[in-house]
Design a protein around this ligand. Structure first.
Ligand code: PLP
Length: 385
């Protein structure tokens, strides 16, 4: 077996979840998904596709109609993007995998901004890249900040790829337009590709952008920039189990990605793609209530957490997580396991996302029942007391 695979650690989020899954008395806030089912219009479209006998392969890059619809949706948010730049994948996870398989050779230098969801740093390691992580740092209020000069200094002409996830899982940290412009200008000089994971772009709560979405690299980039954006239907359409995502990339890369999809999954499930078409056709009705509800969840949970003695957290501008530090606990895996078994509260340990997030916990606030967040805070408070 390959050493790079043997070296991979098992998911520490799973380790905590395994301790509490299937237990009715545990409130599970450990994974990055809502407990709300996919909107009915999307489910009906997939059912109709199955009933109509759409049980066959599609093109490697996805149904032409879906690629067109994604291009139109992206253009409405970020300005003109053609369907020749779109590749439909089996989830954002698979989008990340094929993008990195296309761009990274073994031995390449890759830079990633951390703490970040483990898939973004595991994949370059699997491919045998040299990975250098540039850590965000929490300020006195518990809000995570980028050291832009440190990031730019880490990206040299030897750097093949920069991986950045904004809004971020787990911290909620979100790049500003000015930071994106500076990073893009620097990467143009060094010849570095940017892999921007923007799957949380619609889950943005700051009201400072014209389209309501988080600042995107697509807003500042030109067509010939070495920019690849990873997107997903999971978050803004509540479609995690459908396994549907996509890449937005330079047209010359699309063909290569199409070849790789053939050898990875051949294509994304066709009935799921039909569901995604319905999602995009009705996004004006579907997405705003989802985002409004998540905003309510965030604005309920974070102030409550801030009243708990010893807990430090701040309201993040984007994403679906509160990231918190509990004074006096250095080992977040141990703490998360004890909270599951002793308090019935399921959170993800910060150390799963980077060493610098040790001592922190991630709480997914995407809860259909907002009241459950309050019950969770009571459990945390009671256990700490
Ligand atoms: N990128 C980030 C930062 C994520 O947090 C996730 C899922 O949690 C994904 C990508 C992939 O999502 P999916 O594979 O469900 O589309």
């Amino acid at each position: 077996m390959r050493q790079a695979v043997l070296n991979l650690e098992e998911s520490k989020i799973r380790e905590v979840a395994n301790a509490g899954m299937g237990r009715d008395d545990v409130l599970p806030f450990w994974f990055g998904e809502s407990d709300e089912v996919t909107p009915d219009a999307i489910r009906q479209a997939a059912i109709a596709a199955l009933q109509a006998g759409e049980t066959f392969y599609s093109h490697n890059l996805g149904l032409p109609a879906l690629r067109e619809a994604v291009a139109a949706y992206t253009s409405a948010l970020h300005g003109p993007v053609g369907a020749e730049r779109i590749g439909i994948t089996s989830g954002g996870v698979n989008a990340l995998i094929v993008a990195m398989q296309t761009l990274i050779d073994a031995g390449d230098d890759v830079v990633a901004v951390t703490p970040v969801w483990p898939n973004l740093t595991a994949q370059p390691r699997i491919l045998g890249a040299h990975l250098r992580c540039v850590p965000l740092r929490p300020d006195a209020q518990g809000a995570w900040q980028l050291d832009l000069p440190a990031l730019l200094a880490a990206i040299t002409p030897q750097t093949k790829l920069l991986i950045v996830n904004s809004p971020s899982n787990p911290t909620g940290w979100t790049l500003t337009r000015a930071e994106q412009t500076a990073i893009l200008a620097h990467c143009r000089q060094t010849g570095t590709w940017i892999l921007a994971d923007e799957v949380y772009e619609r889950l943005y709560y700051k009201d400072d952008t014209a389209n309501g979405a988080a600042p995107s690299f697509l807003d500042v980039a030109e067509l010939d920039d070495r920019l690849v954006v990873v997107q997903s239907f999971s978050k803004a359409f509540l479609m995690t189990g459908w396994r549907l995502g996509y890449l937005i990339m330079p047209p010359t890369m699309t063909q290569e990605v199409g070849k790789l999809i053939e050898f990875n999954t051949s294509c994304a499930p066709v009935f799921a793609q039909r569901g995604a078409l319905a999602a995009l056709a009705q996004t004006a009705d579907i997405t705003p209530p989802i985002v409004a509800h998540l905003r309510q969840c965030r604005d309920t949970l974070v102030p409550l957490l801030q009243t708990v003695p010893g807990v430090e957290t701040s309201a993040a501008p984007g994403g679906m997580y509160a990231f918190l530090r509990v004074a006096g606990f250095g080992d977040s895996l141990e703490l998360a396991k004890r909270l599951v078994t002793e308090a019935g509260l399921g959170l993800a340990p910060g150390v799963a996302f980077a060493p610098e997030a040790e001592g922190w916990l991630r709480w997914c606030f995407a809860s259909k029942d907002v009241g459950r967040l309050g019950v969770g805070v009571e459990r945390l408070w009671g256990w700490l007391a």
